[in-house]
Write a protein that binds this ligand. Structure first.
Ligand code: IPE
Ligand code: IPE
Ligand code: MG
Length: 237
């Protein structure tokens, strides 16, 4: 499999949106006798590498799961290390957004983050809002919280008859179509509260590769598998 082959699959199969569950940073570090925070640092590098490849391939919408609503249950040290990494990444983000011509959207409740981080997140969203591609970063994201937020907003508005389209438009992902494929690394076969509404007809792909080891060739393998799947959407084909 090559870049060209992956590009061909994306064009022929109409792949618009790929979503990743970036899992296995902790195990990657443990295997090397390193701290979990060094695993997360390597995870950020892998994320940059994979995002670069997504743009090379011409995928229009990419979503990555960076921090879940449940990840606050981790030790204070680990949460702090993650927050530090996020804020460091955000400092250099404008350059990347310009280069990739992408619009950054944070999925999740920003109010849990420090005021300075929140300000930076809003600023980056605003700065990049006219770019043609979309990068969604799920941070303090949980699909159940996302769904309840939409429900409560609808109740508040006194909306009567809610369609699927209307409901989708109330979710954090309103700017992106549903993911064509969700790719989870590190061998776990579950969604862990990720994109539960949006995943209704997503193809699911699991690899044992730990996220920091993720390479372009792993994405190629996922796309090759995607090309072999028959998507019926409930119909007979
Ligand atoms: C994913 O890696 C990163 C986050 C959830 C923030 P993990 O930290 O979950 O790695 P494992 O699952 O412990 O190996
Ligand atoms: C899911 O991974 C969340 C992210 C990748 C950010 P977890 O490592 O938190 O998921 P579980 O706990 O194994 O289900
Ligand atoms: Mg994990």
């Amino acid at each position: 499999m090559s870049v060209d082959e992956s590009k061909r699959i994306i064009a022929e199969k109409g792949v618009k949106h790929l979503a990743f569950i970036m899992d296995g940073n902790g195990r990657w570090a443990k295997k090397r006798g390193l701290s979990r925070s060094l695993g997360h640092k390597a995870g950020v590098e892998a994320m940059r590498r994979i995002l670069d490849y997504m743009f090379e391939l011409g995928v229009e919408h990419v979503t990555v799961y960076a921090f879940s609503t449940e990840n606050w249950k981790r030790s204070k040290d680990e949460v702090e290390a993650l927050m530090k990494l996020f804020s460091l990444q955000m400092r250099s983000a404008k350059k990347d957004l310009d280069e990739h011509r992408s619009r950054l959207v944070f999925l999740g409740d920003k109010s849990a983050f420090s005021p300075s981080m929140r300000k930076r997140m809003i600023e980056l969203e605003e700065y990049s809002k006219d770019n043609p591609r979309t990068v969604n970063i799920a941070m303090n994201y949980g699909a159940r919280a996302e769904i309840l937020r939409a429900v409560n907003a609808l109740i508040e508005k006194g909306e009567g008859n809610v369609t699927e389209e209307k409901f989708s438009s109330m979710l954090y992902t309103s700017l992106s179509p549903d993911p064509d494929m969700i790719i989870r690394t590190a061998g776990e076969k579950r969604l862990s509260n990720y994109l539960l509404w949006q995943a209704a007809y997503s193809e699911l792909y699991f690899t044992d590769t730990l996220w920091p080891d993720m390479q372009n060739s792993d994405v190629d393998a996922a796309l090759e598998e995607f090309a072999r799947r028959v998507r019926r959407f409930g119909a007979v084909v």
